[in-house]
Design a protein around this ligand. Structure first.
Ligand code: NAP
Length: 299
């Protein structure tokens, strides 16, 4: 239980509501900042303006998945309030206060360093990334269906990268009956692709491997689908780029050549916000409980 723990939740989307509901069930006291248009009443949670919260009593700050933008602005869909996370706000918090977000950026990194607070990036965790790959794959299947006039079954699909997302994508498209090949650079990944019953290829040979593709799904956060590679693809190939912005595709050249290339960020929040929120709520309730128990033991 999180009885007596005070948590500030700054902005966010429907995913944040799942987190708030779970932490309220655990008896935490929650301050919702940037939620004044939220109609739902959640017992144990109060809506506040940023300036009205006493941050000296806050044990944890929960930011949206994206953290802040590069100017410190926190995105919220339930408010018109301009919420900026500043060094001053963090410095008002007690030294044990941790900051939780999905990812970070140079602004947030610098802010927590200057304020001497710990930032926990949930998406850096293997468990979160693997759970999150499930709605990501479902969104990818949806995009493939919406943007092609063929079935996934019997289609020729290349997946680039065998990380946490790439593995789930490759397995799912194969189970749907596609002929899946996977491009990677490490020998261990090439071995794993073979073990999965899929066709491995080294990324050095990407140019030869794209000649017959219906769908190319990139998960590598690095420019891999260059103009030279795209030039070798059939013009009816669909590129779905899942890698974080700016993706791994030369979108300008793809458009020029007439190859449809879609950058598809944040699919979990789009196709399954409730599940995506529950994934974060599960891990956050665990991390906050551990932190709370440790502090009680040490006090
Ligand atoms: P990951 O586990 O780190 O996998 C990344 C893969 O890319 C690994 O196979 C890695 O291979 C490969 N890679 C990285 N840099 C490379 C390079 N320069 N050349 C060749 N291969 C390279 O990451 P993940 O969790 O699968 O996530 C993949 C991407 O999808 C990330 O950008 C993530 O932010 C994004 N993502 C998007 C969504 C969405 O909704 N679109 C959802 C979740 C995640 P090595 O092991 O050899 O380095």
């Amino acid at each position: 239980m999180l009885t007596d723990m005070q948590i500030a939740v700054l902005g966010g989307d429907a995913r944040q509501l799942e987190i708030v509901k779970r932490l309220a069930e655990l008896d935490a006291k929650l301050y919702l900042i940037g939620f004044e248009q939220l109609a739902q009443v959640i017992s144990g949670a109060v809506k506040e303006k940023l300036k009205d919260v006493d941050f000296s009593k806050i044990d944890a700050v929960i930011l949206p998945v994206k953290g802040t933008n590069l100017d410190g602005e926190v995105e919220t869909i339930f408010s018109n309030e301009n919420i900026i996370l500043t060094e001053q706000t963090l410095q008002e918090t007690p030294s044990h206060c941790k900051i939780y977000s999905g990812i970070s950026n140079p602004y947030l990194d610098k802010l927590v360093k200057k304020a001497d607070r710990e930032l926990i990036q949930l998406f850096k965790r293997d468990d979160v990334a693997i759970y999150n790959s499930i709605p990501t794959v479902e969104g990818t299947v949806m995009m493939a269906i919406q943007n092609t006039d063929i079935t996934i079954h019997q289609s020729s699909v290349a997946v680039l990268g065998l990380g946490r997302v790439g593995m789930s994508v490759a397995r799912t498209f194969s189970l749907l009956g596609a002929n899946v090949k996977v491009g990677a650079r490490s020998l261990a990944h090439l071995a794993r692709i073979t073990e999965m019953g899929l066709k491995p290829f080294h990324l050095e040979n990407l140019k030869d491997e794209v000649k017959d593709l219906d769908i190319c799904i990139n998960t590598i956060p690095h420019l891999v689908l260059t103009a030279g590679i795209i030039a070798g693809m059939p013009t009816n190939t669909l590129i779905i780029d899942l890698a974080s912005k700016p993706g791994g595709t030369d979108f300008r050249y793809a458009e020029k050549r007439g190859v449809k290339a879609l950058l598809a960020p944040s699919l979990p929040g789009i196709v399954a916000p409730k599940t995506a929120g529950q994934i974060l709520a599960n891990i956050l309730s665990q991390l906050l409980s551990e932190d709370f128990e440790n502090r009680k033991e040490n006090s």
